[in-house]
Design a protein around this ligand. Structure first.
Ligand SMILES: Nc1nc2c(ncn2[C@@H]2O[C@H](COP(=O)(O)OP(=O)(O)OP(=O)(O)O)[C@@H](O)[C@H]2O)c(=O)[nH]1
Ligand SMILES: [Mg+2]
Length: 300
C-alpha cells in the first residue's frame, strides 16, 4: 500500500454559542491566525475554512458564527443559518463549550446536534480558568449527562493546553480520501476578505461596547503596486450618529485602527501596505437581506 492509500481528509465543523473560543481554537490548532478573535460575542459572521495539511491527513476546519438567541435582525438570522448549514457536510463536529459556565444557548446548540448522526466531540474550553483543577472532574461528568458524545476533551485554546491530544483524535473520524485542497492553501477566503476581517477585528477591539454590531468592513480595492500593496476599505455603519464613533476625535480611532491593521496585513501579505479607510453609512444594513448580500454576507 502506498502512503496515499490511507490518506484521510474531511470536514470538521466547529460549533457552539458565541464567545466560547471557536475561532481561538481553530487558530491554535492551525498554528496560525485564520479567523479573527475578540472578547465580544458574535465576532465571527461567516463560514470560514481553515485547512490543515499533514503527512497523513488533511483536516478542513469550518469556523462558524456562534449560534445565538435574539435573532431578530437579518444579519443574526443569516449567522445562525450559516452556522447550522456547516453541520450538514461535516464528518465530525467539535462542539465547543466554556468550562466556566453553561447557558441556555448551549442547550440550543445541543438540540441542533441531536438531529445529526455525525459524531460529536465535546470540548470544555477555557479550562485555564477552572480552579481548583479537581473541579474539572465534576464539570466533565456533568457534560457527559447532557448528550451522546464520542469524546469529551478539556482544553485551553488560549494556553494551548491539551490541543495535541485533540488533534491526534481527529483523523480517525475522517474518511479515507485524497486531500481536497492544495497543500499551500490554508483557507478558502480571499486576501480581500482576510484584510476586511483584520480591520473589523481592530475596530471591534478599539470600540468595545461603544458600537456593537452594526459595523462591517468591505475592501473596495487591493492592488499590488511597485511600492507595495494599495488597499482601500470602507467601514460601513448603520446610522449617521455612528460615523463619529468610527472616526474618533480628530480621526483618532481611524488612525489607530489603520496603523494596527496595516502592520498585521503587511505581515500576512508579506509586503508594504498602503491602507486607506473610509467611513460610510448605509441605513440599517444589518436588517436588509439585500444589503447583507452586497456587503459580502453570502447566504448558506
Ligand atoms: N481564558 C481563556 N480565554 C479564551 C480561551 N479561548 C478563547 N478565549 C477568549 O474568549 C474570547 C472569545 O474568543 P473567540 O475565539 O472569538 O470565540 P468564538 O467562539 O469564536 O466567538 P464568536 O465568533 O463570537 O462566536 C476571546 O476573548 C478569547 O481570547 C481559553 O482557552 N481560555
Ligand atoms: Mg469566532
Amino acid at each position: 500500500m502506498t502512503a496515499s492509500d490511507d490518506y484521510r481528509c474531511g470536514m470538521v465543523a466547529v460549533i457552539g454559542r458565541p464567545n466560547v473560543g471557536k475561532s481561538t481554537l481553530i487558530n491554535a490548532l492551525m498554528g496560525r491566525k485564520v479567523s479573527i478573535v475578540t472578547a465580544k460575542p458574535q465576532t465571527t459572521r461567516h463560514r470560514i475554512l481553515a485547512v490543515h495539511t499533514g503527512e497523513k491527513e488533511q483536516i478542513v476546519f469550518v469556523d462558524t458564527p456562534g449560534l445565538h438567541r435574539k435573532a431578530g435582525r437579518a444579519m443574526n438570522r443569516l449567522m445562525n443559518r450559516t452556522a447550522a448549514s456547516a453541520l450538514a457536510d461535516a464528518d465530525l463536529i467539535l462542539f465547543v463549550t466554556d468550562a466556566t459556565h453553561w447557558t441556555e444557548e448551549d442547550d440550543d446548540v445541543l438540540k441542533r446536534l441531536a438531529s445529526t448522526s455525525t459524531p460529536v466531540i465535546a470540548l470544555l474550553n477555557k479550562v485555564d480558568r477552572i480552579h481548583p483543577k479537581e473541579a474539572l472532574l465534576g464539570i466533565i461528568a456533568n457534560l457527559a449527562t447532557r448528550g451522546d458524545f464520542a469524546e469529551i476533551v478539556p482544553v485551553s485554546a488560549l494556553k494551548n493546553d491539551n490541543l495535541e491530544t485533540l488533534m491526534a483524535m481527529i483523523p480517525a473520524y475522517l474518511p479515507v480520501s485524497p486531500p481536497l485542497f492544495p497543500e499551500e492553501m490554508y483557507t478558502d477566503r480571499s486576501e480581500a476578505f482576510l484584510v476586511a476581517e483584520i480591520i473589523r477585528e481592530k475596530l471591534t477591539l478599539m470600540l468595545h461596547q461603544e458600537m456593537p454590531y452594526g459595523l462591517t468592513v468591505q475592501v473596495e480595492r487591493l492592488v499590488r503596486e511597485e511600492s507595495g500593496i494599495a488597499i482601500s476599505a470602507v467601514i460601513w455603519v448603520e446610522r449617521d450618529s455612528q460615523k463619529g464613533i468610527a472616526v474618533g476625535k480628530n480621526g483618532s480611532v481611524l488612525k489607530k485602527v489603520g496603523r494596527q491593521a496595516r502592520l498585521e496585513i503587511a505581515e500576512l501579505l508579506g509586503a508594504r501596505v498602503h491602507l486607506e479607510l473610509w467611513v460610510k453609512m448605509k441605513s440599517n444594513w444589518a436588517d436588509s437581506e439585500k444589503d447583507l448580500q452586497n456587503l459580502g454576507y453570502e447566504a448558506p
